[in-house]
Design a protein around this ligand. Structure first.
Ligand SMILES: Nc1ncnc2c1ncn2[C@@H]1O[C@H](COP(=O)(O)OP(=O)(O)OP(=O)(O)O)[C@@H](O)[C@H]1O
Ligand SMILES: [Mg+2]
Length: 439
């Protein structure tokens, strides 16, 4: 085993084979930290026929998390050696989810190791008392943040490793504080290396930054097999688990949970709408997230303001997309939206990334601004910069989902190749305004 030294900037993670006084990337002085990497020369590369590899892959079983929705979102469960990065805001329920998965493994007779660097063993025990009544004999807990010790603890007896959390772990070999870019990266690399070696799946819990990204270098997301974000509003019980990256299944999938006193419960058919007589400012549509369709209700409040800088608040709908739609309304419908405060909300606390709900957002905005009800009508379509309504994928499934909740009158883009009763086709937001009777 040979040792090779290289230098890493403790501030930004820049790497160089040469020592540097000032980091050429971020400009920080004296931030070069020496890392010694072991390079093994003895091991010869192993070459396998893909046919052989396929045969052995067929015998690999995916392990259940205990939540059918989560298993399906992951592509059928957790694979041995799979490294999952679980990110989410403080208090969203990351530790709760991890502990419940450990309990499921324990029920199946599998031993798990829960490394609680953030909490004491007692705190984990109290949480387990609240969450489940099973005997947690097979869940081993350790309150340790020294990564080297954790890596030494790992052996073939364990079927799952939980690291809670990556930002609180530290490797004594790296001379920086826990949570620094260098520590995060080194710890992630060491955990992944050891888990792959032993074929133990792992869930690495990670904090997210104010902008909603997993803190630490993006590189950590590249290193792991699966990146999962746990989203939720503080004031609602709804939690959405979104698979952002998955090497062993589709990405973009979602699973919906509810946070209750007894822990997380999966929600199979969530309802994010209210089909009762709707007041102005409401519009129903269907969003597609991953392979699932959700009927959602968009709510908007548009109110005149004298302020030179009108307010734009969006909950559950991307702000840049809202600004784009407001510009389209102002430019192509000639409505004075720039002199109005605008608030948009997706009912139920779901965050929608699908642009297929654009038409419904425009509908809700127009309905509120001009104080006219849209009534039992649903809008589907993506709005483009020129004010036209673009075709959206999985249109048939969207229409089916909307019809299931008792709404038959649906507006879709003209480009769609569908001819059905009650379905009206339009080509632009201007036409949408005319159909809704608002322009
Ligand atoms: N008795 C209870 N009844 C209902 N919900 C509870 C109860 N106790 C805790 N919770 C919920 O669990 C959440 C905390 O969950 P958890 O500790 O798993 O979150 P976390 O994402 O790990 O947080 P952190 O980032 O702080 O570690 C609380 O925000 C609350 O919503
Ligand atoms: Mg936690």
């Amino acid at each position: 085993m040979k040792e090779k030294a290289y230098f890493v900037c403790t501030n930004c993670g820049y790497e160089s084979l040469q020592w540097f006084g000032r980091c050429p990337k971020c400009g920080e002085w004296n931030s070069a930290s020496e890392i010694k990497a072991k390079i093994s020369k003895q091991n010869r590369a192993v070459v396998l026929s893909l046919r052989e590899a396929k045969k052995s892959a067929e015998t690999i079983n995916r392990l259940s998390t205990g939540f059918t929705e989560l298993d399906a979102a992951l592509g059928g469960g957790i694979l041995p050696g799979q490294v999952i990065l679980l990110g989410g805001e403080p208090g969203v329920g990351k530790s709760t989810l991890a502990l419940e998965i450990c309990n499921q493994f324990s029920r199946n007779g599998l031993e798990t190791l829960y490394v609680a660097a953030e909490e004491s063993v007692d705190q984990i025990a109290i949480r387990s008392q609240r969450l489940f009544h099973d005997d947690p004999e097979k869940i081993m807990v350790c309150s340790e943040n020294d990564l080297e010790q954790v890596v030494d603890l790992l052996n073939h007896n364990y079927s799952l490793l939980i690291i809670d959390s990556l930002q609180t772990m530290y490797s004594p070999q790296v001379g920086t504080y826990p949570g620094s870019i260098l520590q995060i990266r080194t710890c992630a690399e060491k955990i992944i290396e050891r888990c792959k070696e032993l074929s133990i799946p792992s869930i690495i819990i990670a904090h997210i930054t104010k902008s909603g990204e997993i803190s630490g270098p993006k590189l950590v997301e590249h290193l792991v097999d699966t990146v999962v974000y746990f989203e939720g509003e503080r004031n609602t019980e709804l939690r959405v688990l979104r698979i952002m990256k998955n090497r062993f299944g589709p990405s973009g999938e979602v699973a919906i949970f509810e946070m209750t006193e007894d822990g997380l419960k999966q929600v199979i058919n969530p309802a994010f709408y209210d089909t009762e007589d709707q007041l102005p400012g409401n519009c129903l549509t269907c969003a597609v997230e991953g392979s699932r369709t959700f009927v959602v209700q968009v709510q908007a409040l548009v109110s005149r303001t004298k302020s030179a800088v009108p307010r734009r608040v969006s909950n559950g709908f991307e702000m840049t997309r809202l600004l784009l739609l407001l510009a389209v309304i102002g430019r192509h419908m000639h409505l004075p939206i720039e002199s109005h405060d605008v608030y948009v909300n997706i009912l139920g606390g779901l965050k929608i990334t699908d642009p297929g709900i654009d038409a419904a957002v425009v509908g809700a905005l127009l309905s509120s601004m001009l104080d006219k009800r849209i009534g039992g009508m649903s809008l589907i379509g993506e709005v483009s910069l020129d004010g036209s309504l673009k075709h959206v994928h999985r249109l048939k499934s969207r229409i089916e989902a909307i019809r299931k909740v008792g709404i038959s009158s649906i507006i879709i883009p003209r480009t769609a190749e569908l001819k059905e009763e009650d379905i009206q086709k339009i080509s632009s937001v201007r036409e949408l305004g005319r159909v809704l009777g608002v322009t």
